[in-house]
Each structure stands twice: as structure tokens, then as C-alpha cells.
Write a protein that binds this ligand. Structure first.
Ligand SMILES: C[S@@+](CC[C@H](N)C(=O)[O-])C[C@H]1O[C@@H](n2cnc3c(N)ncnc32)[C@H](O)[C@@H]1O
Length: 252
């Protein structure tokens, strides 16, 4: 099977400005953790586990799960330093293998839900996350705003040029909106000191086009009672005509 989102953990980690991203996201999560007295957190599709490491300072236990063994190995070796983070190799499909006992908060960030690729898989994922929550538990899904006009406006992300260990990495991302599936293309070139292209990588994945009304319907069908849509900075309400992404906060 060809893996959706087959991006090397080192490349993934390199193309995100983590300092900026976590600074922006931290307040939203810390407020949520404090307000809801959250002790146990589950992060599904944790990637390189930077969020899990951040959560570990604010919660008793963090379980971070990802089906890519490369991501989990990279996270274990380079990112996770806290003893209260457990890294597990698996996906939404494997949540029932987690030890019994619910979580106060489950998160799935960085567009992981649409990366599942189909509506059927998203529906299943929402249900399986709900099952892992404590009675008053909550879930946060962060994903792109798939409104066609917003997608069209942002279809080419600004290229990123990153210098590391004497090399230059050039990243380009592009979206091709489709009613059911949206294609995401990554191009990465490694450029030597002399300006020659040393390596070239391209990857395309099909995302489930998770427009907001569809998501709301699916989340209700999965049994979530209250759903709040929050702006990407975590400070206000989501505006589907303006924002490029959102947090959906769901109550069990
Ligand atoms: C764009 S990355 C997001 C990583 C991280 N959550 C973040 O916000 O930076 C998407 C992640 O979803 C994972 N993924 C792919 N299929 C999945 C599945 N079926 N269940 C859970 N995670 C999955 C990938 O391995 C990848 O690490």
C-alpha cells in the first residue's frame, strides 16, 4: 500500500517553524488544560511529538501515537525528553489496543484527520477517539479550512528556504482542491554549498476534503454533544470566509 503523507520526519520537522508554531498554540492548550483540569492527554497522529513534549509540562500523562515508525523513532531519539510521555506506534485504527482507562483530552493536530484520505476513515476516527474519552472528556482536531475560495487563495504556500548543517533545503507546498479529495503536493530540494541540487523529493497525497459542514455532521453522528470552532490563533471564533485553518473543540 502506498502510504498517505509519506514525508521523512527530518524533513517534516525542518519545514515547520516549531518555535513560532508552539508559541502560538501553547496558550490555547494551557488554558484548556487548566480550565478542564486535564490530567491525561492522547495525541493521535503525533508526528515528531513536539506537542506531546510540550503537553508533558502541563499534564500528568501524555500518550502520543503515530502509525509511522520513522516518526516515532525520530521523536524518541530527538524530541521527547519527559518520562511522562508514552510513544506508541499505531493510528486511529489501533486506539482500542491502548490500555483501558479514558483520557481527559484527545488531540489530533496538523491536519491529520483529512490525511486519513476518505470520509469513511474520518468518521471511524471520530468515533474511535470519542470512545477513548472520560465521561467529561474533550477532543481537539486541528485541520485546514477546505472552503474552495480559501483553498484557491492559499493553493501555493510561500516557498521555504532553510539552511542547516551547511546545506540549503527548499520546500514548496501546493494544494489542488477537489470536492471529495484535495491533493497536496510537496517538493523538496537539497542544495549544496556550490548551489547544485544534491537531492530531490516529491510526494503527493490525497486529503479528504473536510468542509466544515461535513465535519460538523460527522462529529454529531459520532456522538459528540457540543462543538466549538475556534480561530487558528486559538483566541476567537473561527470564520470560514477568512481563516486558513481551525481548531474544532468537541465535548463528549
Ligand atoms: C501532518 S502530520 C501532523 C503531525 C503532528 N500532529 C503535527 O501537528 O505536527 C500528519 C501525521 O498523521 C500521521 N497519520 C497518517 N495516517 C494516520 C492514521 N491512520 N492514524 C493516525 N495518524 C496518522 C502521519 O504519520 C503524520 O505523522
Amino acid at each position: 500500500m502506498v502510504k498517505n503523507f509519506n514525508l521523512d520526519p527530518e524533513f517534516y520537522d525542518l519545514q515547520v517553524n516549531w518555535q513560532e508554531r508552539l508559541k502560538k498554540e501553547k496558550n490555547f492548550f494551557v488554558k484548556l488544560i487548566k480550565e478542564r483540569n486535564i490530567k491525561k492527554i492522547l495525541d493521535v497522529g503525533c508526528g515528531t511529538a513536539r506537542h506531546a513534549q510540550m503537553f508533558s509540562s502541563f499534564a500528568d500523562n501524555v500518550t502520543a501515537i503515530d502509525p509511522s515508525s520513522e516518526m516515532i523513532d525520530y521523536a524518541r531519539k530527538n524530541i521527547v525528553k519527559s518520562a511522562n510521555v508514552t510513544l506508541i506506534n499505531g493510528g486511529f485504527e489501533d486506539l482500542n489496543m491502548l490500555p483501558v482507562g479514558g483520557f481527559d483530552l484527545a488531540v489530533s493536530l496538523g491536519n491529520t484527520l483529512p490525511i486519513l484520505g476518505s470520509r469513511k476513515k474520518v468518521k471511524h476516527a471520530l468515533k474511535s477517539v470519542r470512545k477513548k474519552l472520560e465521561e467529561k472528556g474533550a477532543a481537539v482536531f486541528q485541520f485546514l479550512n477546505f472552503e474552495p475560495r480559501i483553498m484557491e487563495k492559499n493553493r501555493f504556500y510561500k516557498p521555504k528556504i532553510i539552511k542547516k548543517s551547511g546545506k540549503v533545503y527548499f520546500f514548496i507546498k501546493h494544494f489542488e482542491y477537489g470536492k471529495l479529495k484535495t491533493r497536496i503536493d510537496f517538493l523538496i530540494a537539497t542544495i549544496s554549498n556550490d548551489g547544485d541540487v544534491e537531492d530531490f523529493y516529491s510526494d503527493s497525497s490525497l486529503l479528504c476534503t473536510l468542509r466544515i459542514n461535513l465535519f460538523l455532521k460527522m462529529a454529531k453522528n459520532a456522538g459528540f454533544k457540543k462543538i466549538e470552532l475556534v480561530s487558528p490563533d486559538g483566541n476567537g471564533l473561527f470564520d470560514k470566509k477568512k481563516h486558513i485553518s481551525l481548531y474544532a473543540l468537541l465535548q463528549k
